[in-house]
Write a protein that binds this ligand. Structure first.
Ligand code: GDP
Length: 479
């Protein structure tokens, strides 16, 4: 009984490179196509709070139905899924509206758009691009924290008259941490003070270098208000997607993510699904998270009832027995019995993982985790009151390492510690450090709920001493 690494990643809802990394940490060299046996899978899945038997069971349950012959041969390039992120007021919502208006298919459908949490636009050449409708990185990180990768490409919006701001940096760091390729949309080009060169200059500080300066990031100049440059931006997204070769097989049974879900009067549970692979059809049995059901109706983002929906596209589904959570994985299964089986397994899995302590990091246990080979780096989200100290501490932390472990700042910014910082640290299994800043109430609650370690300091050497001591196993646990 073996399983291909890429299939295992899909089954567990994690990124294949993540699996490769964990395998390598366990001394197994692997790539996307490596066949893994049961013992190997049993070795690494606890890291992701899965049990090997369950991976196989869910896979088997679905494979029975997905007996469509040579799956590889059937694969097509699916539409990319794009998230728009950036600083508040830089024009994320306006850009999403402008893009929606650029949809050539919107005219065909009579122009009635339905807000279901995501929409797809058709370019003149017929190719499709799907956009998540919730701008900002909160939704992005919340999904990632649940192990879901909804996004293939991130558009970072920067207002040309304002320049790089704290949330611009956060957005860039989130995209980088997720390994998602970025395009920068320099917005508000219609404004008199627009200065795109200044933005390019500023972003090089984050190692985002425009192509024309020898880097590999595309900068598109747009005005969401005047709707200029939108076509060009979409063209660039399409090119980036082509490079990424996002393959899917419309003939297999549908699988993907829940983007949003709610209870609606008269309709029952309503969920918007993003189909990442395969096809979803009316009448099929479905499991979303651990909620089961049978697809009663499908409505697309144009408000049209459809019989089926293919990979890379969003769709609103009715027929689930209860409301799943955003970020939950969904699967089409062959019959009711399988739906019951899979949902029961997942329920047990969910109960189990909420009962077992997470693979969380606190400063105290970094050393023991390093010794046991569990971690190789201490991921840090760093916040400080002023730029000067932020840069100084950043520089010092970059040099902290022992032969076994090194400190890595995954995000640093000026300002108080907020929920986003905690979510980011949680996703990276790291900690949050504040220098002369405190966590706000939201961050405190989130940290408590997620079990993320927040440390605040007002003396630089104390901060450095504690980090070094923790990494060397010298930190007394009562601090
Ligand atoms: P968000 O907070 O990033 O979603 O930003 P919004 O889309 O809400 O836009 C913030 C403000 O900037 C609004 O008043 C918009 O009308 C304005 N705005 C957005 N895009 C443009 C643009 O291209 N040009 C100009 N002049 N104003 C814009």
């Amino acid at each position: 009984n073996t399983m291909k690494l890429s299939d295992l990643a899909m089954e567990m809802g994690v990124k294949a490179p993540q699996l490769v990394k964990v395998l390598m940490q366990n001394g197994v060299m692997a790539n996307m196509n490596t066949d893994l046996d049961f013992d190997t899978i049993a070795l690494i899945v606890p890291e992701f709070k899965w049990e090997a038997e369950n991976v196989f069971k869910t896979a088997d349950a679905r494979a029975e139905e997905t007996a469509f012959g040579d799956l590889e041969a059937e694969s097509i390039i699916r539409p990319p899924v794009v998230t728009v992120m950036g600083h508040v007021d830089h024009g994320k919502t306006s850009l999403l509206d402008a893009i929606r208006n650029a949809d050539v298919a919107a005219g065909e459908a009579g122009g009635i758009t339905q807000h279901i949490g995501a929409y797809s636009v058709k370019l003149e050449d017929g190719s499709l691009i799907t956009f998540l409708d919730t701008p900002g990185h909160e939704a992005f990180t919340a999904m990632r924290a649940r192990g879901a990768n909804a996004t293939d490409i991130a558009i970072i919006v920067v207002a040309a008259d304002d320049g790089m701001m704290p949330q611009t940096q956060e957005a860039v760091n989130h995209a980088k941490a997720a390994g998602v390729p970025m395009i920068v949309a320099v917005n508000k080009m219609d404004k008199p003070g627009a200065n795109p060169d200044r933005i390019k200059q500023q972003l090089t500080e984050l190692q985002i270098v425009p192509e024309e300066w020898g880097g590999n990031t595309i900068f598109a100049e747009v005005s969401a208000l005047k709707k200029t440059g939108i076509k060009e931006l979409l063209e660039q997204v399409k090119l980036l997607a082509e490079v990424a070769e996002l393959k899917a097989n419309p003939k297999r049974s549908g699988t993907g993510l829940v983007i949003e879900a709610k209870m609606e009067k008269g309709k029952g549970p309503v969920a918007t699904l993003l189909v990442k692979d395969g096809t979803v059809e009316v009448g099929q049995y479905i499991v979303a998270g651990h909620m089961k059901g049978r697809v009663r109706s499908l409505t697309n983002d144009k408000g049209e009832r459809v019989q089926s929906v293919g990979p890379g596209l969003p769709v609103e589904v009715l027929g689930l027995e209860a409301v799943p959570a955003a970020g939950d994985k969904f699967d089409i299964v062959k019959d009711e019995a399988t739906a019951v089986e899979v949902s029961t397994l997942r329920k047990e899995q969910a109960e189990k993982s909420s009962a077992t302590p997470n693979a969380k990091m606190s400063l105290e246990d970094i050393f023991s985790k390093v010794k046991s080979g569990d971690v190789k780096e201490l991921a840090i989200v760093l916040k400080a009151d002023v730029h000067g100290s932020l840069e100084a501490i950043n520089g010092m932390l970059a040099k902290v390492s022992t032969p076994e472990v090194k400190a890595r700042v995954i995000h640093s910014a000026v300002g108080g510690i907020n929920e986003g910082d905690v979510t980011l640290a949680n996703t990276a299994k790291g900690i949050v450090i504040g220098f002369n800043v405190r966590p706000d109430l939201g961050a405190q609650a989130k940290a408590k709920q997620m079990g993320v370690d927040i440390r605040t300091y007002s003396i630089v050497y104390e901060l450095m001493d504690q980090i070094k001591a923790a990494m060397a196993g010298m930190l007394t646990p009562d601090i």
